[in-house]
Design a protein around this ligand. Structure first.
Ligand code: ZN
Length: 291
């Protein structure tokens, strides 16, 4: 069986790592309230997704988060703030993942947050162990793409690879963000940036080719990639960064829909990470797809 996990990191456009050094007007434009077209599209396709949410935005967007949950999707934690984990001590990290989960759970009205994704995949092994100790059940911050300056490599010794992109230790699961090796190039074909950059026929070709020798796939996107609302990027931002942040945003939602439809037509089954946990827990019998 071929499976795909659709994940969205709920953060704002100004959380992009290369915007951190600029003064921006954060309240001028918000992309998170624009997410409803995307949610309607998921309803239409009957796809459930995982939304890793920045906890510092939880109270501001409480109604939206509750609606995402009510539509049957899963909310995870994307940290308290968007600072890279390399810049946090283990003690700070621990305090923030506990606090972040508490904030999200309180907004959602029950204890539902079980999963985590580190900002820019900046997870390390010690922090991964802390995450497990603090009661989280899964993480999706591992990417083996050492050439990117932001992405570290995570030591998973003691974990067992149980299937494509999936590693287990005790009852804890780690989901790897897929990259695709073509010649000497390792393409992170699962990210929203590549979806925006590449034309649909090429994206579709690469993903279908990827599935020829893989069983699982993860897509990750951000709210600013799901709307073409104009973003007030600072004037002094280098052209290269402006291009990176804005290329292909127009029409991206439609392109994403085509990709999702293509995957459904190929017989790929969409799951949330939590559904995978339930299967591993032996609760598979009570679990039914698409509900
Ligand atoms: Zn992020």
């Amino acid at each position: 069986m071929k499976k795909a996990y659709l994940s969205i990191d709920i953060e704002e456009w100004y959380h992009l790592d290369y915007l951190k050094t600029y003064q921006v007007n954060k309240d001028e434009v918000e992309t998170i309230p624009q997410i409803f077209n995307f949610l309607d599209m998921l309803d239409k396709l009957n796809i459930k997704a995982t939304f890793f949410t920045l906890a510092e935005l939880a109270y501001k967007h409480a109604d939206i988060l509750r609606e995402i949950k009510d539509r049957g999707h899963v909310i995870g934690c994307h940290g308290l703030d968007h600072e890279l984990l390399y810049n946090k001590t283990n003690a700070e990290f621990k305090e923030q993942i506990v606090e972040g989960k508490k904030m999200l759970d309180s907004v959602l009205g029950e204890e539902v947050v079980k999963g985590y994704r580190a900002s820019c995949f900046s997870m390390d092994r010690k922090k991964l162990d802390i995450l497990e100790e603090c009661g989280y059940s899964y993480d999706s911050s591992y990417i083996s793409f050492a050439k990117h300056p932001l992405y570290g490599s995570l030591d998973l010794s003691g974990y067992q690879k149980i299937e494509d992109l999936t590693y287990q230790k005790d009852n804890f699961l780690e989901f790897e963000i897929p990259t695709y090796q073509i010649g000497k190039y390792n393409l992170p074909i699962s990210g929203g940036g590549y979806l925006r950059l590449l034309p649909y026929p090429l994206i579709s070709f690469l993903i279908r080719k990827y599935f020829k020798d893989h069983n699982n796939f993860i897509l990750y996107l951000h709210p600013f990639e799901l709307t073409d609302i104009n973003l007030p990027f600072p004037k002094e931002m280098p052209v290269k960064d402006k291009f990176r942040a804005s290329v292909g945003r127009k029409g991206n939602l439609r392109k994403l829909e085509k990709v999702l439809l293509m995957l459904l037509n190929e017989g790929v089954e969409f799951r949330t990470f939590e559904q995978e946990l339930k299967v591993r827990d032996g609760n598979g019998a009570s679990f039914s797809y698409g509900m």
